[in-house]
Structures are given as C-alpha cells and as structure tokens.
Design a protein around this ligand. Structure first.
Ligand SMILES: Cc1cc2nc3c(=O)[nH]c(=O)nc-3n(C[C@H](O)[C@H](O)[C@H](O)COP(=O)(O)O)c2cc1C
Length: 228
C-alpha cells in the first residue's frame, strides 16, 4: 500500500530513504495540486552555486502530452502512466538573461548583504562564467556540467519531498533530448537533465537491488584509506 496523499502523516526522511525504489509502474490516481506545489517548492529551496538557480521545471500532467513525452522517453510506459512527470531542465544562459539581476534584487529584499557585496557578486559571477573554458583561469566551468550539477540537487530534493509525502517516484535519464525539446517547445539554450515521474505505484515495488559496501566507496583522509 502506498500512502494516501495529504491524509496520512508524512514519512520521516530516514524512512523515505529506506523505502524508496525507482517505481516501475504507476496507477492513474492524480497528485493533488497542493502536494505538487509542496514538492516543487522543496526543489526550488535547494542550494546552488552563487544562488544562481539555473534549473527550470516543466510539469507535464496532460494525458496526451504525457503520451507524446513517452515517445521521446524511449517509450517507457511509466511516463504515460504516472499522473505527473516533472521534466528537469537547466537554462545555460539564464544568468546573463536577467537571473543575475534577480538574485541581487532578492538578496536586497531579504536583507542579505550590502551594496559592496552585490557589486562583488556581479564581478565574481561575470568572471566565473566569462573566463574561457579550459584556459589558465581554470575557473570557468563546463556550463552543461555546471548547470546539471545544480539542477540534480533540486531534482533530488523534489524526489525526497514526494517520497516523504507518501508518493512513489521514478527518476529517468532514458530519453532523447532533442525529441523532448521538440515535443515540449524547450528553447535551444536549455538542456534537459532528467525526468521525475510522481504518483502511486501499481503492484509490487521493485526489490532492493543492493548497494556497494562503504569499503568500496568511502575513503578517509586519503584516497584508498578505508573509512570503516
Ligand atoms: C538519474 C537517473 C536516471 C535513471 N533513468 C532511468 C530510466 O530511464 N529508466 C528506468 O527504468 N530507470 C531509471 N533509473 C532508475 C535506476 O535504474 C534505479 O534507481 C537503480 O537501478 C536503483 O534502484 P532503486 O532506485 O529502486 O534502488 C534512473 C535513476 C537515476 C538516478
């Protein structure tokens, strides 16, 4: 049994982490707007470098649109089954198209910093993105990697909030980006990062497939020195 939305108490984060599986199949039951807003707001609360928030999210609920999206997502049935699919995107040009001004306006509104700080934010961010990738400055990121990194934090935060609220989720990278962009009218400077299906699972959950032991993945102080 999955939790009914709204009615049942929220899961703890520990419980959600323990119980979450990548859901193979969904029931058609809708996700109420209020819960969906909570999930989206959680994602938008995520941290990002310089607070630049390059993420953009496209919420797909319309049945015909989900059917079209499924075609672009390697025909994965869950894209059409789940009542909500959130398409996580990253706008590589947002910072120069107004977002930098907006984060400074927000910082002012929240009493964060002073004029000197805003000036240094402008200078640092323009410098960070302005320097040529791969040059001695060495700071400029690969924009797609940079924006993907930020967006996946927001994406994952949404996934956990959905799970805490009692929903089941399925993250997906199995899609053709050009087809998703054409289907949803996504502009060229925006990359599609991942899809998140949200709803209630149909049937049994997948079995837990196991994880690497800590000895394999966690080191202490120096690479190769066991943590445990
Ligand atoms: C970024 C990302 C992309 C994924 N893409 C797909 C996908 O396109 N289709 C799919 O069936 N599962 C996909 N998965 C699910 C993984 O296969 C699954 O998380 C993994 O096997 C571990 O299983 P669990 O999440 O149930 O523990 C994806 C997971 C992540 C995190």
């Amino acid at each position: 049994m999955t939790h009914a939305s709204g009615a049942s108490p929220e899961k703890t984060l520990s419980q959600a982490i323990k119980e979450r599986r990548a859901t193979p199949s969904f029931l058609p039951d809708a996700v109420p707007e209020n819960d969906l807003k909570k999930i989206l707001e959680a994602g938008l609360s995520a941290p990002s470098a310089y607070n630049l928030q390059p993420w953009r999210f496209l919420v797909v609920r319309n049945a015909e649109q989900r059917a079209r999206l499924r075609q672009a997502a390697m025909k994965q049935p869950k894209v059409e089954e789940a009542p909500v699919v959130v398409v996580a995107c990253a706008d590589l040009e947002g910072w120069r198209n107004g977002d930098l001004d907006e984060i400074i306006r927000l910082a002012q509104q929240h009493g964060y910093g002073d004029e000197a700080r805003y000036a240094s934010m402008r200078k640092n961010i323009a410098g960070f993105f302005g320097s040529t990738p791969g040059t001695a400055a060495g700071l400029a990121p690969d924009f797609a990697v940079w924006a993907n990194r930020q967006t996946m934090i927001a994406f994952t935060t949404m996934m956990w909030m959905a799970e805490v609220l009692g929903y089941d989720t399925a993250p997906m990278e199995g899609f053709y980006e050009d087809q998703i962009k054409a289907t949803l009218g996504i502009p060229s400077q925006v990359r599609v990062v991942a899809l998140l299906a949200i709803g209630h699972r149909k049937g049994e959950d997948k079995r837990f497939a196991g994880r690497f032991a800590m000895q394999h993945t966690v080191f202490a102080e120096n690479w190769g020195t066991r943590f445990l």
